[in-house]
Design a protein around this ligand. Structure first.
Ligand code: HEM
Length: 552
């Protein structure tokens, strides 16, 4: 997601400032209770918002510095009065049932283009996603049945079709088959291929395979240029989330319209082709070629059940696709890049992943190649995945509390907005560093420890690695936490590990150069692209050019 141009921001600020002034007066009337310190601003009520919109990287750096001196810091961001929380136990307060993320999810839905009448339905339902309606909500007062609560229905779908073991296994098995078809099958000979660009390659192959596994093949059949349209939309999602008027944000609005039209076109074809009556009678398959997975069909059913407008169907699916690809593919790219950069690490990981192969000697088979559950339990591979998430995922986890909450001795009133920047926890030197490996460095072995075990029959002692986040898990929350935690986490891990395992086990790879966005050679490796600061997974700002040949 690209940064927002300054001229656009200036105009937006001029619109926002009068609203801010009203809040300023209101806020000056409080101050009787003990309040956490504030994040400094050169121009009160303006500087933070300006910096947040134009240079999030710097904003987060300042927030991190302030949180070193106090576990809670107040921060005004335009009309919003926020409380920033340090990671660890302080952030876990916001993962309790009395904090929710509905307003933030609603804002994302709005920025994806949901129709106002559908947004109204969602904002009218204040009962939350849990099976018991939130105390004091309309649903609690009126006894509205579970199936009429729109947030609850959405989260139940997430649990059944994304979080459950059945859904995860179905996705992982199909994904690896389709990814093999994308990546490995087309490479017939064993000769070297020059000029392979890792990020670009994974964007094309993973987007195609994961879209097919989740929404079926039809969406790409009816929409030539689908994959490019997705990545063009992805660059603008952050700008769209700021909610600027369309006339100030034309390239983003155009990219969204193009991709959203593709999703709607497919939905209309699929809706006509799918036998909803047979499915209602219990004849629906787990996966079928019209809608694809139960997740995709369930989302269509959810939107229909709540009477969403046809114009909202594109946005419903662009958000699913954004969730599916926008973080997983950069994360996988970082994993693959780290392995290629370090030949010793690559050898150690290849040895580990060989133990998770199901058909090691049958290179012609494109069906299940890896046991994805075994892959996900390999200590060193898990450590690499964790290290990539720690260093390349940055997001302000946001919650609104429905009751007063106490954090580090401060009592924050009901309705307070709490934000925990993952970077504060993820880069905390006290938690992660060792004398040789500061928290800011990638160190593949940071999350493993050696364990001595005795063979019961021979009595011989041997050492093996064991993955462990013991004592540090509170400072690691790349998927958020509590009721709003990312429901796609169980799709993300097998997808990333399967794709990375397939790349490194099927190809011999030599690193050639790092490339700048203009294609010229860079004298440094990739770093997090500053345009993606705090947009969940950061894309690499340099492409990795390699040469490779198929070995299996
Ligand atoms: C490495 C990959 C991923 C990362 C780092 C990631 C991270 C996140 C984070 C930080 C949140 C907000 C959580 C919170 O507020 O506590 C979130 C929400 C969400 N993610 Fe993911 N995600 C990833 C992959 C996926 C995938 C593969 C999908 C879909 C298949 C997905 C679907 C979603 C959805 C639908 C939400 C909103 C949930 C809600 O309505 O509350 N994510 N993700």
């Amino acid at each position: 997601m690209a940064a927002v141009p300054s001229s656009m921001m200036l105009t937006a600020l001029l619109v926002i400032l009068p609203i801010v002034a009203v809040f300023l007066v209101k806020q000056n009337q409080d101050g009787k209770t003990k309040r956490p310190p504030r994040l400094d601003e050169t121009i009160p009520f303006v500087s933070n918002l300006w910096q947040f919109m134009t240079n999030k990287r710097l904003f987060i750096t300042r927030a991190r510095a302030a949180l070193e001196t106090s576990p809670v810091v107040r921060c005004r961001l335009g009309p919003l009065d926020l409380h920033l929380l340090r990671g660890g136990a302080h952030a876990s307060v916001m993962f309790r049932a009395n904090c929710h993320s509905d307003p933030w999810i609603l804002r994302i839905m709005q920025s994806a283009g949901y129709m106002p009448s559908d947004i109204a339905k969602l904002s009218h339902d204040d009962s939350g996603s849990g099976s018991t309606p939130r105390p004091g909500s309309l649903a609690a007062a009126a006894g509205i049945p579970l199936d009429q609560r729109v947030w609850h229905a959405l989260h139940r779908l997430y649990d059944d079709a994304m979080v459950s073991a059945k859904a995860t296994d179905a996705f992982a098995d199909l994904f690896q088959h389709l990814f093999h078809d994308q990546l490995v099958t087309p490479v017939v000979g064993r000769e070297w291929t020059e000029d392979v660009h890792i990020f670009d390659l994974l964007k094309r192959t993973m987007t195609t395979a994961a879209t097919h596994a989740t929404l079926g093949p039809l969406i790409m059949d009816v929409n030539p240029g689908f994959v490019d349209a997705f990545w063009q939309y992805e660059r603008h999602v952050e700008t769209l989330a700021f909610g600027l008027p369309d006339w100030l944000n034309r390239p983003a609005v155009r990219a969204r319209a193009r991709f959203s039209d593709m999703c709607r076109r497919w939905y209309e074809v699929a809706d006509r082709a799918y036998d909803w009556d047979a499915a209602a009678a219990g004849e629906g398959a787990d996966w079928e070629p019209v809608f694809g997975s139960s997740l995709s069909r369930g989302l269509a059913r959810w939107a229909k059940a709540f009477g969403f407008k046809a114009e909202s169907m594109g946005p419903v699916f662009i958000l699913l696709l954004f969730g599916l690809h926008a973080n997983t593919i950069p994360v996988c790219t970082w994993v693959v890049m780290e392995l290629i950069k370090d030949p010793d690490l690559l050898q150690a990981v290849k040895k580990e992943i060989a133990t998770a192969e199901i058909t090691p000697d049958n290179s012609a088979s494109t069906s299940k190649i890896f046991d994805h559950r075994k892959l996900a339990s390999l200590p060193l591979l898990q450590s690499v995945y964790t290290e990539v998430l720690r260093l390349h995922v940055g997001v302000l986890i946001t919650r609104t509390c429905t009751e007063p909450v106490t954090v580090a001795g401060y009592t924050l009133p009901k309705g307070s907005i709490l934000q925990a920047p993952t970077e504060v926890g993820h880069l905390d030197e006290c938690v992660w560093s060792t004398p040789e490996h500061p928290a800011s460095d990638f160190w593949a072995y940071r999350h493993v420890r050696e364990k001595e075990t005795r063979d019961e029959t021979t009595g011989q002692m041997s050492k093996r690695l064991e993955f462990s986040l013991a004592g540090r898990s509170a400072s690691f929350f790349p998927f958020g936490g509590g009721i709003g935690m990312c429901p796609g986490r169980n799709f993300a891990k097998p997808e990333v590990l399967l794709a990375a395992a397939m790349v490194v086990s099927r190809f011999e790879i030599e690193h050639v150069a790092w490339l700048k966005p203009n294609g010229s050679v860079s004298d440094r490796p990739a770093q997090n692209d500053a345009n993606y600061a705090n947009s969940v997974a950061a894309a690499p700002d340099r492409e990795m050019k390699v040469r490779w040949r198929r070995v299996r």
